[in-house]
Ligand binder design. Structure first.
Ligand SMILES: Cc1cc2nc3c(=O)[nH]c(=O)nc-3n(C[C@H](O)[C@H](O)[C@H](O)COP(=O)(O)O)c2cc1C
Length: 238
């Protein structure tokens, strides 16, 4: 399955066709997710695929399916969730389906482990775009040093398109950082910047696989270069 091409054409949608996907597509999605390599083996994540009658939230797009993501307490739980389930988002695009990460969706039945959800289904209108149509920061605002995989990371989706990631390349290492706090009210209220960084790391990993590069992620703060002010260390890709 080519997950690399959708990185350069994908776009979130709020306009889904209401018809459900065939059961075998949902089971292929489950098989795909269960075969994924997690960012960190000690982060326990799980998910449920449910219909619109099982979720609540303000101003939700109406989709036939919602993938609800849960995880046990861990400092990098949300980053690991963004990493793992962005692969699922790309898989859905690769099959011609449409998606939208939703910070505002919740299961009707409360669960203390619940993190976030993704709406998905058939697109009601085409959801493809050209790379130049992406509204993203230029590479020089998100990287120090050069690594060919960072263009894919740059194009990653993030809550309110905040793009809270920063990368410092040093030899074969890519040190990864997350923006902490932001002057805006939204920046203060938005709680998923670390998850956004996991999404960008997924794009980096997929681009690496495309280039035949291995992806190993570890937290080893000692020796990490000092990032621009307002950013904090997340982990290192080798
Ligand atoms: C973690 C996360 C949370 C998001 N939450 C919402 C949301 O609550 N409501 C919404 O309409 N879009 C939400 N989005 C979609 C973003 O607004 C969208 O990804 C971003 O504007 C970039 O656009 P693109 O996905 O088309 O590239 C979310 C995206 C991410 C990655």
């Amino acid at each position: 399955m080519d997950l690399y091409s959708p990185i350069f054409t994908r776009a979130s949608t709020r306009k889904f066709d209401s018809s459900p996907l065939p059961a075998d597509t949902l089971s292929q999605l489950e098989d795909f997710i269960s075969g994924l390599k997690p960012l960190l083996s000690d982060v326990k994540l799980k998910h449920k695929i449910v219909s619109g009658s099982e979720v609540k939230g303000m101003a939700l797009p109406k989709a036939p399916h919602y993938l609800l993501i849960f995880g046990k307490k861990h400092p990098l739980r949300d980053t690991a969730a963004g990493f793992l389930y962005q692969h699922a988002e790309l898989w859905l695009y690769a099959q011609g389906f449409a998606t939208r990460w939703l910070a505002g969706v919740k299961p009707k039945e409360a669960d203390p482990d619940y993190i976030i959800g993704i709406a998905f289904g058939k697109p009601a209108v085409p959801t493809v775009r050209r790379p130049e149509e992406f509204k993203r920061k230029p590479l020089e605002e998100i990287e120090r040093g050069v690594d060919s995989r960072l263009e894919a990371a740059r194009l990653a989706p993030s809550g309110k398109n905040g793009q809270p990631w920063y990368f410092i390349v040093d030899g074969s290492r890519v040190y990864t950082y997350c923006r902490t706090g932001s002057g805006s009210l939204f920046g203060k209220m938005y709680g998923f910047t670390d998850l956004d960084v996991g999404i960008a790391l997924c794009h980096l990993a997929v681009a690496g696989e495309h280039e035949g590069k291995e992806f190993r992620f570890a937290v080893m703060k000692e020796g990490a270069p000092v990032p621009p002010s307002g950013y904090t260390y997340v982990g290192t890709v080798e």
